[in-house]
Design a protein around this ligand. Structure first.
Ligand code: NAG
Ligand code: NAG
Ligand code: NAG
Ligand code: NAG
Length: 399
């Protein structure tokens, strides 16, 4: 039997060795050591109790016929895509729930399907290559592996099949610098490419986007950004994020650290320039807390302040959004948060969009979080195994 204190120090070692947050290089550059030391099958399946969609409606058969609301509101139908604030789940596939043994690396309590049901319309994730397969992994596939990207895309497609009035945006981080054709293979394999919106010229930012109604009517209602790929006219629905989007900083360690300064793409110099170029603003709004020196985990303790629609307290989502609107002269087209159900974060998007009549959402309170005690024994054990392996990796990395 391992004592809790040992388990937690192993977990800490895991975090330390892996560089817990979504930055490509961990602080100790230890990923390769850990990856090579990981027992194969265990961790890779821990996060995915996949119930694969079995039905797949053709793209033309399910085009919306009655468009009375778009993205949960009649008011949004005739608004341009880039004049809507799309609320997003940061690291949307990396869960802190029973399926991951309540991984400290998890950024969300609920998966992408539940997020979409709750009104989230931007799903962000990090993609790694393991043996030639693109997988959704957090920092390293040994830390948190949410399964093959194609399976996840198929689930998002399934949701889009059954929700024909909804425009969805994906933002995938290309952690291992794979080719756009590698992404095309899984987008096509999942079937989701059928919904892929392609701008007239996807190689460059545009100030002119279609309205949500136009995207819904044409059934091209998935916008896919990848950071970063080289755009190719062969796969015109796969857009290189920083051709079209700019971001404020994402590595924030205190509630007073949120600002609206351009962080990427650096070449734009300032948010003002990026907006003038037609790039859409993405407002990162999630904080990390320091578990121990060099170890950052999603800041869960302050989440109700962080995700609050209020504009009164430092760190509030509502306050940060207002600050950026003032500074940029436009509202953020995209916002990313951790633990989206807190706040709930969608309230801030509704306010920016001028909506008070949202329809068709399902509250997450109707969902039960996979409890950490029921049915999670096996996964918990896996978590400890991974921690043990990471402990070895950590020891190796430090010599
Ligand atoms: C990757 O390939 C190696 C060598 O064949 C194998 O041992 C390992 O299980 C594979 N990893 C995954 C995640 O499939
Ligand atoms: C964005 O939408 C609002 C609300 O409908 C509208 O007042 C505004 O003119 C739009 N902005 C642009 C640039 O189209
Ligand atoms: C989320 O969980 C539900 C219930 O287990 C499942 O049906 C759905 O496919 C999952 N979605 C994703 C994206 O994993
Ligand atoms: C915004 O935050 C970043 C990252 O913390 C920092 O480097 C930058 O100086 C801040 N901008 C301003 C104007 O304070």
């Amino acid at each position: 039997m391992m004592m809790p204190s040992l388990i937690s120090s192993l977990t800490a070692a895991l975090l330390l060795a892996s560089g817990i947050h979504a930055v490509p290089q961990g602080p100790f550059g230890a990923e390769s050591v850990i990856v090579s030391a990981v027992p194969t099958a265990s961790a890779s399946t821990a996060g995915v109790a996949a119930s694969q969609p079995t039905t797949s409606l053709g793209s033309s058969s399910n085009a919306a016929s009655d468009i009375s609301a778009c993205n949960n509101s009649p008011l949004l139908c005739d608004r341009a895509y880039n004049n809507v604030t799309h609320m997003g789940a940061h690291d949307s596939s990396f869960l802190k729930d029973g399926s991951t043994g309540n991984s400290l690396a998890g950024n969300q309590y609920f998966n992408a399907t539940v997020a979409l049901d709750a009104g989230i319309r931007l799903l962000q994730g990090q993609v790694h290559d393991t043996n030639g397969t693109l997988r959704l992994c957090h920092t390293s596939c040994s830390l948190l592996d949410a399964g093959p990207l194609q399976d996840w895309l198929a689930k998002v497609k399934f949701w889009m099949d059954t929700n024909p009035n909804e425009v969805v945006t994906l933002l995938l981080v290309n952690s291992d610098n794979k080719l756009v054709s590698d992404y095309a293979t899984v987008f096509e394999g999942s079937g989701i490419s059928t919904y892929g919106y392609q701008p007239t010229d996807g190689s460059t930012a545009s100030k002119t986007w279609p309205t949500l109604r136009e995207m819904i009517t044409s059934n091209k209602r998935l916008v896919s950004f990848i950071a970063s790929i080289d755009y190719s006219t062969i796969y015109p629905y796969l857009l290189s994020e920083f051709d079209h989007v700019f971001e404020n900083p994402y590595d924030v360690l205190s509630l007073s650290g949120f600002n609206c300064t351009l962080d990427r793409p650096k070449g734009q110099g300032s948010a003002e320039n990026a907006i003038a170029s037609g790039r859409m603003p993405l407002m990162n709004h999630f904080a990390y807390s320091v578990l121990m020196e060099g170890v950052q985990i999603p800041d869960e303790t302050n989440i109700d302040i962080t995700n609050s629609a209020d504009t009164t307290t430092t760190g509030n989502l509502g306050l940060h959004a207002d600050t950026c609107v003032k500074q940029w002269g436009v509202k953020p087209t995209f916002i990313l948060v951790d633990f989206f159900d807190h706040g709930p974060a969608i309230d801030t998007a509704d306010r920016l969009n001028g909506i008070s009549d949202a329809t068709g959402r399902k509250s997450t309170s109707a969902e039960s979080k996979e409890s950490s005690t029921s049915g999670a024994g096996e996964n918990k054990a896996m978590g400890i195994n991974v921690a043990l392996v990471a402990f070895v990796g950590f020891a190796l990395a430090m010599v």
